[in-house]
Design a protein around this ligand. Structure first.
Ligand SMILES: *[C@@H]1O[C@H](CO)[C@@H](O)[C@H](O)[C@H]1NC(C)=O
Ligand SMILES: *[C@@H]1O[C@H](CO)[C@@H](O)[C@H](O)[C@H]1NC(C)=O
Ligand SMILES: *[C@@H]1O[C@H](CO)[C@@H](O)[C@H](O)[C@H]1NC(C)=O
Ligand SMILES: *[C@@H]1O[C@H](CO)[C@@H](O)[C@H](O)[C@H]1NC(C)=O
Length: 792
């Protein structure tokens, strides 16, 4: 009970105030389209999970299941070479006989790729639960496996579903994985003339899940003569908290590059292995979040380098939340070099607790690299370290202080699909400042592009990269291109697509560091790499989201739309941003949202069972609130003009017929009721009808003529009559363009669907590709069809 309270004190009360929005909504959602990404996959090959960028060769070397590819880095759909790396039948049998699945487990999953020197790469695969490594060369456009078949134990996991991590530092391989078939013997080792490994003790590693490691050149510019360090990130079962259940915590650990192990104590073991807890506390009470991936943003001065890490909630079955935290390398280094240690004490007979160690530390400080002070005391190598220091480190690898994130809180919090991987690009904007742009992969095949502006989380866009909802397993960033791998394939995408923003306000409110509104060409453009050149004519406001400098736009042309009594009428209006609120005015007053007559969604409104009283002017406006300023834009104006649905003339009959025919065929589900005025009116007030008919025919013909003329003269769009069904460009479902239809669209559901598979976003982006100014795009299509109609 006591420990539970302690735990509460540590995690559950770690809430901070402010920034309480636990659900960042992407401003734009870009649905999957195969033309906004470059894709590579080969039939029958899966699990594209390992990547190595070879800038010198212009290659993306890609490891998949039983194959390695050399792809053109500029266009990954071009495979320059492939080398298969299959398991032997014998190995597969052996693996199957141990109870593993022949097709899932007993294959060779390439899990490690490193560059050795200009001509040689090192590759490891799981090889049917028998990890194996080999060398690869690339020459004359051909990848070649050397066939050396080295033992891969300790470099690559046995189990393809187990995470592992490795880094090559000066030809020495550092790797973190498990050493045995069962995956129960974790190890962090270095393969070099002085091979070293961790002690097999739960206080060192306790069922860890390794996610990342990298080297930091801390010897540079070090007055103490410090050594370079290799940092590793993982999650593991906590030893320091006893909880009713296993409690997983996130860790950062490090070793010194110059470590050579101890002489008697810690022989061939790390003498500099220290670890501590990584804190990424979310505002809501919860168990600690678990680290999933890390990205190292290197700076020329290592003290300014930052590790970005993505975390997911521990109880992800009930709470699907993720967070991104950033850590200052200096802060991490400080905890290890100056922080307190934790020590084990026995309380109440046999219960063991980890508490802060307050006793005296042996000299040299346990875990410290061999620095100037140690050398001046005659300790030139770790082999010379006194037993006292070594014994202490063997028993106390855990630090007392946790590493807190920069600014003390997450940079991003997100509910919904879990975040899996991340990369970060430091972008220098025209204001001269640099902004880290995070690209974060999700478990359902999307990438979130996010920035944190002075504590304010902002997801610029969510892009669906894969048609299926497979998790993103690997992300790489290289020269403004993002590479993402999943079980089903690899995609390449530019880091920005500024042309997605059509208006200045949209471009500026996107707050995308790569994009700015170029006043001279009236386009949202990629910011040039030398920002000084373009200062004058670019509008960008990242921190403030201030679009007031945007030139005013031409007023929206009203569009005339026919009101057919008794029909359901759809008026389209799609806001540029998911963060905008859409409001509709009818005859100058706000539309009564509570009225069941209307369904209001992100696509527009649907007016049920139109009657005479529904005729009038409808105005669709979006209001986007950024930093306390409201940006109101009129997106569309419709003049709904009544047209009596009378009979007596073939012309009208035909028009109506086509209208309803297209309605039935396109919706396919609902057969419309006969328009109420159709037969009733015919029998009763005949004279009145005849007059109405004559009037209607006249107006219809006039309108059609007008439209035809307008269209031929390429003047602004109008519509009043004629067939509303259109030929869909690509795969757009027709019903979206119909002004009749019974399908119910739920407004809330449409607001911010986190990467769901639906067509609506696709439709939107597709129309947008076809327009150049602020007009509602649909009308372009409708207009075309009206012309076709009147030509018949
Ligand atoms: C690369 O390394 C291998 C093995 O260490 C060595 O045999 C080869 O000569 C090296 N090649 C170059 C170009 O340095
Ligand atoms: C990290 O901390 C160091 C020392 O406090 C500081 O100089 C550096 O600017 C910090 N880096 C970042 C990215 O905050
Ligand atoms: C490999 O890909 C298959 C097919 O998509 C997937 O079901 C499986 O989970 C993947 N395996 C690993 C180890 O990622
Ligand atoms: C449509 O409205 C008319 C009156 O405006 C009403 O008589 C009729 O019942 C309504 N139809 C439906 C299906 O609600």
């Amino acid at each position: 009970m006591y420990s539970l309270i302690v735990l509460h004190g540590i995690f559950l009360a770690c809430a901070y105030s402010g920034g309480s929005n636990l659900n960042s909504i992407p401003r734009k959602i870009i649905q999957y389209e195969d033309d906004h990404v470059i894709m590579f996959k080969e039939e029958g090959v899966w699990n594209y999970s390992t990547m190595l960028i070879r800038e010198d060769l212009g290659l993306l070397v890609l490891g998949a299941r039983e194959a390695i590819y050399a792809l053109d880095i500029n266009d990954i759909s071009v495979a320059k070479s492939k080398v298969p790396w299959k398991v032997t039948e014998e190995k597969q049998k052996e693996c199957t006989s141990k109870g593993k699945h022949p097709d899932i487990d007993c294959r060779n999953y390439v899990r490690m790729l490193h560059q050795m020197n200009d001509s040689l790469m090192y590759v490891c695969g799981t090889n049917a639960f028998s990890p194996t490594c080999d060398y690869i060369t690339y020459s004359d456009g051909q990848l070649k496996l050397e066939g050396k078949q080295e033992d891969g134990r300790g470099k690559c996991p046995f189990d393809p579903f187990q995470r592992s991590s490795s880094v090559m530092v000066d030809q020495d391989l550092y790797s973190a994985t498990t050493l045995n078939f069962l995956g129960s013997e974790p190890v962090i080792l270095r393969l070099s003339p002085f091979p070293l490994r961790t002690v097999f003790k739960s206080s060192w590693l306790n069922e860890p899940n390794f996610v990342y490691m990298d080297v930091v050149q801390e010897s540079e510019d070090s007055p103490e003569g410090d050594d370079d360090k290799v940092y590793m990130f993982f999650s593991e079962n906590a030893v320091e908290y006893d909880f009713y259940n296993k409690l997983v915590v996130s860790r950062v650990a490090r070793v010194c590059k110059g470590d050579m192990g101890g002489q008697r104590t810690l022989q061939r073991k790390w003498t500099s292995f220290l670890k501590t807890r990584l804190d990424c506390s979310v505002p809501e009470p919860s168990l600690p979040y678990i680290i999933q991936d890390v990205f190292h943003v290197r700076h020329k001065k290592w003290r300014k380098s930052v590790f970005y890490a993505v975390f997911t909630s521990q109880s992800s079955s009930t709470d699907r939340s993720s967070a991104v935290c950033a850590y200052n390398v200096t802060d991490i280094s400080e905890v290890f070099s100056r922080g307190k240690f934790k020590t084990e004490v026995t309380v109440e007979m046999s219960d063991v607790k980890w508490v802060m160690y307050n006793g005296e530390l042996p000299v040299p400080r346990p875990g410290a690299c061999i620095n100037n002070a140690a050398k001046s005391a005659g300790i030139m190598r770790s082999l010379d370290l006194p037993d006292k220091t070594l014994q202490f480190i063997r028993d106390h690898p855990l630090m007392d202080d946790a590493v807190r994130p920069i600014t003390g809180k997450p940079l991003l919090l997100k509910r919904g699909a879990l975040l899996t991987r991340l990369v970060v690009d430091d972008v220098t904007a025209p204001d001269g400042q640099s902004y880290p742009v995070m690209f974060i992969g999700t478990e359902n095949g999307c990438v979130q592009k996010a920035v944190n502006y002075d504590g304010e989380m902002h997801i610029i866009e969510e892009v669906k990269l894969f048609q299926n909802a497979a998790p993103i397993d690997v992300l790489r960033l290289h020269q403004n291109q993002l590479y993402a791998g999943s079980a089903s394939g690899v995609v390449q995408m530019p880091v920005s697509s500024c042309s997605r923003y059509f208006s200045c306000v949209d471009c500026v409110l996107a707050r995308d560091p790569y994009c700015a509104w170029d006043v001279t060409v009236q386009r949202c453009s990629r910011v040039p790499t030398s920002p000084e050149k373009s200062k004058g004519h670019l509008i960008q406001s990242l921190k403030d989201g201030d679009a007031t400098r945007c030139p005013s736009t031409a007023p929206v042309e009203p569009k005339i739309q026919t009101l057919v009594l008794g029909n359901n009428i759809r008026l389209l209006c799609h806001p540029d941003s998911n963060l905008a609120q859409v409001t509709w005015n009818f005859a100058g007053k706000p539309l009564p949202y509570s009225n069941r007559k209307y369904t209001i969604s992100n696509e527009g409104i649907l007016i049920y069972n139109a009657s005479t009283t529904d005729a009038g002017r409808y105005t669709c406006m979006s209001v986007e609130r950024v930093k306390g300023r409201d940006y109101t834009q009129t997106l569309a104006i419709y003049d709904l003009c009544e047209q009596s649905a009378a009979v007596g003339t073939d012309k009208i009959k035909t028009t109506l017929g086509i209208l309803f025919e297209s309605y039935t065929t396109s919706s396919g589900l609902h057969k419309p009721e006969e328009p109420p005025s159709y037969s009733k009116n015919l029998s009763s007030e005949r004279k009145w009808i005849v007059m109405q008919v004559v009037l209607a025919v006249l107006s219809v013909m006039m309108a059609c003529l007008l439209i035809w003329n307008l269209y031929m003269g390429h003047i602004s769009p109008f519509m009043c009559c004629g067939r509303q069904s259109i030929k869909s460009p690509r795969n757009l479902p027709e019903r979206e363009y119909m002004h009749t239809g019974n399908d119910y669209v739920d407004g809330k559901q449409q607001m911010a669907r986190p990467c769901v598979t639906t067509n609506s976003g696709l439709e939107v982006t597709s129309f947008h590709r076809n327009i150049t100014n602020g007009d509602t795009p649909t009308d372009i299509f409708i207009l075309k069809n009206i012309t076709e109609e009147s030509e018949i």
